[in-house]
Design a protein around this ligand. Sequence first.
Ligand SMILES: Nc1ncnc2c1ncn2[C@@H]1O[C@H](COP(=O)(O)OP(=O)(O)OP(=O)(O)O)[C@@H](O)[C@H]1O
Ligand SMILES: Cc1ncsc1CCO
Ligand SMILES: [Mg+2]
Length: 265
Amino acid sequence: MMTMPGTLLAALREKPPLVQCITNYVAMNIAANVMLAAGASPAMVHAVEESGEFASIAGALTVNIGTLSPDWFAGMKLAVIAAHEKRIPWVLDPVAHFATSFRRNAVAELLGLRPTIIRANASEIIALAGGASAGQGVDSRDPVEQAEAAALALAQQHDAIVAVTGAVDFVTDGRQSLRIAGGSPLMPKVTALGCALTCLVGAFAATAPREPLAATVAALACFGVAGEAAAQGAEGPGSFAWRFLDALAALDPASLDAKAKVVPA
Ligand SMILES: Nc1ncnc2c1ncn2[C@@H]1O[C@H](COP(=O)(O)OP(=O)(O)OP(=O)(O)O)[C@@H](O)[C@H]1O
Ligand SMILES: Cc1ncsc1CCO
Ligand SMILES: [Mg+2]
């Protein structure tokens, strides 16, 4: 039996996990706010001088290549190596990895460093498995259903949890798969909400390091339920963004379990 999202949310709030988030310049602020609203403790630490040292005190690490540079990439690798040494989970967000050879090479190297969880949109997942995606930049141009086979293959190949997000999310460990509905079409209209979700996946993985599949589902369920709540009364992406933070903060474990739309795939 998989631990319920509400149980994991209560555990996260009871003992807020310190999560090292190496994310991008666009995402840093909203991702930190999403983490705080949910009840986690984010730290955006990426410099080579400290990233490895910091990972050894964190409960989990998240790595996102959204605004990659050689220095940041070096910091990511040091943090990942330290995460392995400390046996803490790490989450990979391969933003637009298909767009340039710099990104392709970086993601190939990061994949070789064995992520615990991979979280990406459908275009990114299709391309990561070697398929032809319609993606060009950071936004998805493919439906999640078309990425499900790719997600399964990636999960088996890399022995990782793979989460594909979009209108209905798909999560798999290569054997067991689930779909998570909810959210709002306004979510892809607010920049870096996916990047923020990757950080929250890290927070739940820190809370439940032996249950990375349940942790991933819990994070996605929080986004589904809070996204649906925030969409009520939102006038557009701007008011949605602040309502979403408020909805995440207001989320309680019992209503998360009552409202989460999680079904076996
Ligand atoms: N059409 C939609 N309807 C409902 N929820 C959606 C929709 N599109 C995306 N979401 C939700 O938005 C969140 C972010 O997922 P998305 O796939 O947009 O990430 P992303 O493309 O990596 O975002 P970014 O790169 O801007 O950070 C997820 O919780 C997902 O379920
Ligand atoms: C817009 C954008 N550009 C690089 S990263 C990012 C945030 C969404 O992935
Ligand atoms: Mg993304």
